[in-house]
Design a protein around this ligand. Structure first.
Ligand SMILES: NC(=O)c1ccc[n+]([C@@H]2O[C@H](COP(=O)([O-])OP(=O)(O)OC[C@H]3O[C@@H](n4cnc5c(N)ncnc54)[C@H](OP(=O)(O)O)[C@@H]3O)[C@@H](O)[C@H]2O)c1
Length: 324
């Protein structure tokens, strides 16, 4: 089979490698498309090694059809169209994945476009609902509203009955966020998000991708009993936390990462994938949530896809087509 290998800085190459085989409890997927994630850029640069036991091929999500089953897998059958959350291995013709991380394709979604759903859906549901317990009527501030994660988070939060504020860097991105359901759109380059959100009573939940550079201002933007979930560190890893402000608001700062979670057990990837199928797929099927695809490339052009995501000149998900 073929897969993308990181053969040096900025050098992603489509090469022939050994076939992958499913181990007991795994499903073999013949990949139709793979989603590109910001974490893939870090891995390609040698800054985000895969967790122990995971494939060292880049790629955290795919869609495709089931091509084989490891021993003990009964819930799936060969030929079924599926998508899956991976710990690695997605930029390839075939990938093996624990059965609990495999999901059906939501009704109404094209097989290729489904490759852009597992990471964003599992990230959004696990953070907004399972971690931050976002409730109807609450205000959620989503930083980077036009990102892959942000475009999904806006729609899910709205479907849950929450009010949505977003930050983004350009008018075009802010327009997209508004079209997806964001009520308060903040041009972070020109406006102070703390002021805008405080004028609305403060955010009950903040989904943060910036980390250190936004930590203090995020706490300022919170409502009493607010929860900040940090999922990205684009603005650095070390910040100063003013505990006085935190205590006064009875606030929480929580950090989470999907990739390193265990496959099974409480809070594991299988539990999250099952919750997504139960709760998010019906929202997609009835049109409340749609995949937002910003660009598609043939897998052989993975390097160009990475460069586009790194440039910030794209909204929603970037996909790699492996087969037609
Ligand atoms: N912890 C986890 O489990 C997990 C899982 C998935 C993703 N993530 C993280 O979530 C983030 C989004 O992932 P993605 O794949 O959706 O990435 P992406 O599409 O590349 O989005 C990155 C976004 O960051 C925004 N941004 C840059 N500077 C900003 C600032 N100062 N304020 C607000 N937004 C800013 C950019 O928006 P503008 O162009 O508008 O500036 C861009 O839309 C990444 O940091 C990723 O690592 C974490």
């Amino acid at each position: 089979m073929h897969a993308i290998l990181a053969e040096g800085p900025n050098k992603l190459t489509w090469r022939e490698i050994s076939d992958v085989v499913p181990h007991p409890g795994e499903v073999l997927i013949k990949v139709s498309a793979a989603g590109v994630n910001r974490a893939d850029l870090l891995q390609a640069a040698g800054k985000y090694p895969p967790p122990p036991g995971a494939s060292d091929i880049i790629g955290l999500e795919v869609s495709g059809t089931i091509a084989g089953l490891g021993d003990g897998v009964e819930a799936w059958s060969v030929g079924q169209p599926v998508c899956a959350l991976l710990a690695g291995g997605g930029y390839a013709e075939y990938v093996a994945v624990p059965a609990g991380q495999v999901m059906p394709i939501p009704d109404t979604v094209d097989l290729h476009h489904a490759a852009g759903l597992p990471e964003v859906s599992c990230t959004v549901w696990s953070n907004l609902v399972m971690t931050a317990h976002l409730a109807p009527g609450e205000l959620v501030l989503i930083h980077g509203g036009a990102s892959g994660v942000g475009t999904h988070a806006i729609q899910v939060a709205r479907a849950l009955g929450a009010r949505v504020a977003v930050t983004a860097g350009s008018p075009t991105k802010l327009e997209l966020c508004a079209e997806l359901g964001a009520e308060i759109t903040i041009a972070y380059r020109d406006e102070d998000f703390v002021e805008r959100v405080r004028a609305e009573g403060g955010a009950d939940v903040i989904l943060d991708i910036m980390g250190a550079s936004y930590l203090d201002r995020n706490i300022d933007a919170l409502a009493p009993d607010g929860r900040i979930v940090v999922i990205g560190m684009q603005g650095g890893v070390k910040g100063e936390l003013n505990l006085g402000k935190l205590i006064a608001k009875r606030a929480a700062v929580i950090g989470t990462a999907l990739r390193g979670r265990p496959v099974s057990g409480p809070g594991g990837k299988s539990e999250i994938a099952a919750a997504v199928v139960d709760n998010v797929w019906p929202l997609i099927a009835d049109g409340q949530v749609r995949p937002v695809i910003g660009a598609e490339f043939p897998i052989q052009q993975a390097q160009a896809a990475h460069e586009l995501l790194a440039s910030g000149d794209v909204s929603g998900k970037v996909l790699l087509r492996v087969r037609d």
